[in-house]
Design a protein around this ligand. Sequence first.
Ligand code: KG4
Ligand code: ZN
Length: 330
Amino acid sequence: MYVLGIETSCDETGCAIVRGRNVLSNVIVSSLRFHKRYGGIIPEIATRNHAKVIDKVFKESVVRANLRLSEISAISVTCKPGLVGALVVGINFSKALTVALNKPLVGINHLHAHLFAPFLSNNARIPFPFLGLVVSGGHTELFVVRDFDRVRSIGKTRDDAAGEVFDKVARAFGLGYPGGVYIDKIFKYKYRKSFSFKCGRPASDFSFSGIKTALIYKKHELENKNVFSYDVKVKLLSSFEESVVSAIVENAVISAKKYNLRTIVCGGGVISNTRLRALLKQACNNNNIRLFLPPKRFCSDNAAMVAGLGFYLYNIKKIPSSLNIGAFSN
Ligand code: KG4
Ligand code: ZN
């Protein structure tokens, strides 16, 4: 039962083949270098690049998996949320494959795929129900997950996503893109409390735009006083990162307790963050909660997570095939 997955929701063109936890191939081509000079993703550039490379990415994933096309049981494709033009490339390619190969097609929610990424590599069985935490460039959201097809949102950011705020702050500080990676590298533990920045945590939701504004105002103030050195920059960014990741961890643990869940499962690009991973481990340990983190290669966008969720939805939940899949931005 091999399932092929296709991912084109943002700037990564991905195609992977999996069988349960076993990833036979996971090919990713990113258009990131074309977006760097703009400090963010340009949808038209992403869409054109998907159209240019998707055929090669698909062929390469089949070669690396060392399979015949006839051995693939089903195709799964990200259909939401994402950049509509980018999604359409992957969806149309998958529909063409479905017709040409006479295989079933399953539409996948990208956020749910991030959530089930830890299933790809964990030897331990992940028990349902669990609290799901997705922290990415487009989303910061909490879910109660009762099964592969029973995923309910219980809280999300009311403004910027955590990855988005890292990227915007990095741009304001003249760091590269994607900003989260640079802020992760610059973070110094000893400076984590040098400045006191606070994140809003309205009810079970998140809010990150206030801290972004506070940080940028503080930077301007220090620049105007001529005291903005490299050391001060590291202090500001370390204190900012500490506040963002602490708010995420606090909210996740409070929500797990509120819903009486003893397991937290995480996914999304920001879950690569060194300090966030350490704080999550510490908080879960202190609160007797089991934590499942994906390995870093499955945190940011990839097609293995799409094929993985497709495998479970098709084989276990028996989701019916449909050619009637559309692209949705949210
Ligand atoms: O999941 P992802 O690849 O794409 C979306 O679905 O959005 O996440 C991309 C985001 C970017 O905002 C990037 O800055 C952030 O993940 N990111 C990180 C790290 N690596 C990537 N943020 C913090 N620390 C990291 N190490
Ligand atoms: Zn993503």
